[in-house]
Design a binder for this molecule. Structure first.
Ligand SMILES: [Zn+2]
Ligand SMILES: [Zn+2]
Length: 307
């Protein structure tokens, strides 16, 4: 299976953690002297948890009391705003290196452009292993093993962001936006283009924590969740790359589209690609194999009960 193949070629063991019958989220990477759980729940006392960003399906909220959880300062700030708890883990500014006393490895961090605070982790051990989390910017660093996402991993997902339309339609409009990340991206665009923006509470709390200026006064455009935008009067849009909403949409994604994923894979120069989040299609797996790379998904990994 994939786990042992990767261990033999690259010197670390990727696996899915099993507790009794339950499988823990995403995956874990075991090196000679350290174990990292990726976007997952807490592990054993000496293990580390890498949190790529603050979206709830990456499990940061489940690590607030974990002193060995590693997240960027901005990610920690968003998690604290959302949970009202203190983040007790290790924080860094994206772009900084993490050194581990007594361990034979180091980690470099890179912005992926996905949301505020999102970070990729480049683990340098015998080889370079890049864990990206969700990605907007395909220009990832070179690595031997690329552990990445495939949210839009089907060729039907081809899109271009419509930033101009977000600006043009804004006057007296209500936009439905995902409150963590997307809302702040949209708020920044609108503020930079001179709009006064107001937002519901969940959105404005995160905007304020990140220093984005919004407020009730003279508001010309309003941000709310995709669920609540139905209730607004007048012009309404959902800002998304997803196609399942019935209101008119304006395309703005926090992810790469299909072609973007392939571009990132190419740019990384990785020999081995492991899709760990989102749904990779058969076509994606084929296309990446055709680029001469070994490809794995979580289904190829062993389930082990340590950590
Ligand atoms: Zn995300
Ligand atoms: Zn995600």
């Amino acid at each position: 299976m994939g786990s042992l193949e990767i261990l033999e070629s690259f010197g670390f063991l990727p696996y899915i953690r099993r507790r009794g019958r339950k499988l823990m989220p995403h995956l874990s990477l075991r090196f000679r002297d350290a174990t990292f759980h990726i976007d997952s729940v807490k592990g054993d006392i000496n293990d580390y948890n890498l949190i790529t960003h603050a979206h709830s399906d990456h499990y940061g909220q489940r690590n607030m009391d974990n002193e060995n959880a590693i997240a960027s300062t901005k990610t920690a700030k968003i998690l604290e705003t959302v949970t009202n708890k203190k983040f007790s883990g290790i924080t860094f500014n994206v772009g900084e290196n993490l050194n581990f006393d007594g361990l034979n490895l180091k980690i470099k961090t890179y912005d992926t452009g996905h949301i505020s605070g999102s970070s990729a982790f480049l683990i340098q051990s015998e080889c370079k292993i890049l864990v990206t989390g969700d990605v907007k910017d395909w220009r990832v660093p070179r690595c031997d093993v690329l552990i990445t996402e495939s949210t839009y991993g089907h060729p039907e997902h081809t899109f271009e962001d419509e930033i101009d339309r977000i600006v043009e339609e804004a006057m007296d409009a209500t936009y439905g936006v995902y409150p963590i990340g997307k809302a702040q991206r949209v708020a920044r665009i609108l503020v930079e283009n001179g709009y006064h923006v107001k937002a519901n509470q969940s959105i404005s709390r995160i905007c304020k924590a990140l220093g984005i200026e919004i407020g009730e006064e003279d508001a010309e455009v309003e941000l709310t969740t995709p669920k609540d935008v139905w209730r607004a009067r007048g012009k309404r849009f959902v800002i998304t790359a997803q196609k399942f909403y019935r209101l008119p949409r304006i395309v703005l994604s926090d992810h790469l589209d299909y072609g973007g994923i392939l571009k990132m894979v190419e740019h990384s120069k990785a020999n081995c690609v492991l899709f760990y989040h989102g749904k990779p299609s058969e076509k994606l797996i084929e296309d990446v194999k055709e680029m001469g790379k070994d490809v794995f998904t979580l289904k190829d990994l062993d389930m082990l009960s340590f950590g």
